[in-house]
Design a protein around this ligand. Structure first.
Ligand SMILES: [Fe+2]
Length: 258
């Protein structure tokens, strides 16, 4: 499968896939990316091709009511990051922006309820829709620094993807909102009506849904940062970020979550 890793290297249509998500976070049901763990290199790699898009995505909230609170929270944060990072991306466009804004508002309205009341179908449907819509946005824009760092962190230290993303997201918002204060203020208001700083609104949501771990809880120390930063610097997601980040900036984001 490693022969297929990279952009558009799939040269035949695969078996038709109908995707029925049972978490509300990755948006895999509408994505052109397949993320694989390469156990030899200890890295995550991705196949990117329009050919691997599922033919049908079926969103049924009843299939997510059994998802435990911690997975609801972590996967919900993955969806939030897809929307926020897509919105900030240097490759954003009017279509992706509309999707991203819509997803952020849905997550602000529904994630706490989905975590607190797992059987609430309105909240579950809101989160499934948000996850799907956020990935529709991210398909054309790539993401940002939170994913650039979360992917190698997750691969090297076995941190669940959504948890790793949640560790990085408030710091990334704080870093980016200095460069683009207006755009991030708009997002803050969509996530939490009345909020003006996205980093604070994201941080408040994160603690409300119980995502309280730090990197040290996952046995990641300062000495582990360099290889994570090296992979992140080579990522397209770093190039998509609205504020240019160097190795020192990325190390600072990790330090803020230590
Ligand atoms: Fe993600």
């Amino acid at each position: 499968m490693l022969d297929l890793v990279g952009p558009e290297r799939v040269d035949a249509d695969p078996v038709t896939v109908f995707a029925v998500p049972t978490t509300a976070g990755t948006g895999s049901e509408v994505t052109r990316f397949c993320v694989l763990s390469d156990t030899d290199s200890g890295r995550k790699v991705s196949i990117s091709s329009m050919r691997v898009l599922p033919r049908l995505a079926l969103l049924d909230p009843e299939l997510t009511t059994g998802l435990p609170a911690h997975l609801t929270a972590a996967t919900g944060f993955d969806a939030l990051a897809h929307a926020v990072e897509s919105y900030g991306s240097v490759w954003n466009n009017p279509v992706s922006e509309g999707h991203a804004r819509n997803a952020v508002a849905l997550i602000g309205r529904h994630l706490r309820t989905a975590v607190e009341r797992p059987e609430n179908l309105e909240a579950r449907m809101g989160m499934l829709a948000a996850s799907c819509i956020a990935e529709l946005a991210a398909n054309s824009t790539r993401l940002g620094l939170a994913h650039a760092l979360a992917v190698p962190l997750g691969a090297a230290h076995h941190i669940p993807h959504g948890v790793a993303v949640a560790l990085m997201l408030p710091g990334m918002c704080a870093f980016n909102e200095e460069a683009e204060p207006e755009r991030y203020r708009e997002l803050a208001g969509l996530l939490t009506p009345g909020a003006s700083r996205m980093s604070e609104a994201v941080d408040a949501l994160r603690s409300d849904v119980g995502l309280t771990t730090r990197l040290r809880d996952w046995h990641v120390a300062e000495t582990d940062f360099a290889p994570v930063v090296e992979v992140a610097l080579a990522s397209d997601n770093t190039r998509a970020n609205p504020r240019v980040a160097d190795a020192g900036d990325l190390t600072g984001l990790l330090r803020a979550a230590a």
